[in-house]
Design a protein around this ligand. Structure first.
Ligand code: GDP
Ligand code: IMO
Ligand code: MG
Length: 427
């Protein structure tokens, strides 16, 4: 198998970075295909923590090509900060490639993201305020600025002047905010352009040539299924397609060229930001999950909402992405629980549902049907073989596979590379 998609099966922060870094040992190329610096992917190697936002989680291997695909929205300031911090830590950054078709996050995107959230008041989405939504809006509105424009001095200045005229009118007349200065933005972004230019190329050609040559490619999803703009808990979602289908659009790789899909599933569930979360535990259990799991956002530092594993959501993610294998992460966080629950069905007004409701009103009425499992009360962080896991842990995992219909591929028992149990060789 030479092309593998890694996609989050819940509401994000499942541990995609850890799984991508683990699998990247064998990969030639790792590709981001959607989202932007709203992602926060943590990779831990030899006790050192790396927090990645735009760079693919294959960056820690010398010689790996790391592609930022056309479907990503690129904040050049953030990208350069990441590159600088990697270089300062001795990481090889020569494999980075940035799509000439990717859209650029501009200062007005970040400002409007923030102003929109303030204006929404108690209806806020709880975005990361990285300008992601407003940048995708401009893409769809056909007034976006792409990386190929950014690196063309003349074009870039002209585009900033024409787009900013529209944005300043909006800022002043709708948001009652001071206008932004075009020349200042042009100067700032020209300095980014000069540094980003050497990384820019046609990543569509690059990736398709690599696939034809039999290279091993990992596509790294950011966010997750329940934050997908079509399939998630709309409007409490992000503005892109984290499901495996996002690769077709966001990397220019046809669906028939994808061999394997891995869904990353946290052994319990978390969510940051607003929106429905049927298995949320607003009680001591939720607090214990948050404390045991250090569940605070990588990008914003916000405490994450916590709850039991929702197998209905994981099954839905499996259907949408065609998931072949699950990579279950953070099983070790459940080490100290006397009992563990898993939601295996949704009930509304006494009736079991066969689908995830589209309507938030109905989703709010959902009663999760739980199965209860005895905990294992053992430190599993040093276990490296599936058969050595406590019986109760295996029972929990096997029920997860049964309810979702997705085979177990990987079980992660700690943040480090070696804290990984492999049931199925993915490549
Ligand atoms: P991502 O956004 O999906 O990449 O996930 P994040 O990096 O935001 O959050 C996952 C957190 O869990 C990170 O701090 C990882 O280092 C950590 N992690 C990943 N897998 C495991 C695991 O199996 N056990 C533990 N204890 N931590 C893990
Ligand atoms: P990774 O890749 C968890 C959430 C935000 C908010 C909603 C919309 O680390 O799993 P946005 O800024 O995208 O417009 O915010 O999506 N969100 C994430 N939650 N993990 C992420 O990324 C997220 N990226 C966005 O909290 O609810
Ligand atoms: Mg994250």
């Amino acid at each position: 198998m030479s092309t593998v998609v890694i996609s989050g099966a819940q509401w994000g922060d499942e541990g995609k970075g850890k799984i991508v870094d683990y699998l990247a040992q064998q990969a030639d190329t790792v590709v981001r295909f959607q989202g932007g610096s709203n992602a926060g992917h943590t990779v831990t190697v030899g006790g050192e923590e790396y927090k990645l936002r735009l760079l693919p989680s294959g960056i820690l291997y010398k010689g790996t090509t790391c592609v930022i695909g056309n479907g990503v929205v690129v904040d050049p300031q953030c990208l350069l900060e990441e590159i600088d911090s990697m270089q300062a830590r001795g990481v090889d950054t020569s494999g980075i490639r940035v799509s000439n078709r990717a859209h650029v996050v501009m200062p007005w995107h970040k400002l409007i993201d923030e102003l929109n959230e303030t204006q929404r008041g108690s209806n806020k989405i709880g975005t990361t305020k990285r300008g992601i939504g407003p940048c995708y809006i401009d893409k769809a509105d056909r007034i976006g600025i792409r990386v190929c424009d950014l690196i063309d001095r003349e074009d870039f200045a002209a585009k900033v002047h024409s787009v900013l005229a529209v944005k300043n009118s909006l800022l002043q007349n709708v948001y009652n905010h001071a206008p932004l200065d075009a020349d200042e933005i042009i100067r700032e972004y020209e300095s980014y352009a000069d540094r980003i230019r050497p990384f820019v190329c046609d990543t569509i050609t690059l990736l398709n040539e690599q696939i034809d040559a039999g290279k091993k490619i990992l596509f790294e999803g950011a966010q997750a299924t329940m934050l997908d703009i079509d399939y998630g808990t709309y409007p409490y979602v992000t503005s892109s397609h984290p499901i495996s289908g996002g690769v077709g659009i966001g990397a220019g790789v046809a669906p028939k060229k994808i061999d394997t899909v891995v869904g990353v599933v946290k052994a319990y569930c978390t969510r940051v930001g607003e929106g429905p979360f049927p298995t949320e535990q607003l009680n001591d259990i939720g607090d214990k999950l948050r404390t045991a799991g250090h569940e605070f956002g990588t990008v914003t530092g916000r405490p994450r909402r916590t709850g039991w594993l929702d197998a209905c959501v994981v099954k839905y993610a499996g259907t949408l992405s065609g998931t072949d294998y699950m990579a279950v992460t953070r099983l070790d966080i459940l080490d100290d629980f006397d009992e563990i629950k898993m939601c295996t069905a949704y009930r509304v007004n006494g009736k079991v549902l066969n689908e995830i409701p589209a309507s938030l009103k109905i989703l709010a009425q959902v009663e999760p049907v739980y199965e209860t499992f005895a905990g294992w009360k053992t430190d599993i962080s040093k276990i490296r073989r599936y058969e050595d896991l406590p019986l109760n842990a295996r029972r929990y995992l096997e029920r997860m596979a049964q309810v979702t219909g997705i085979a177990l591929g990987i079980v992660s028992v700690g943040p480090n590379r070696d804290q990984t149990i492999v049931l199925k060789n993915i490549f």
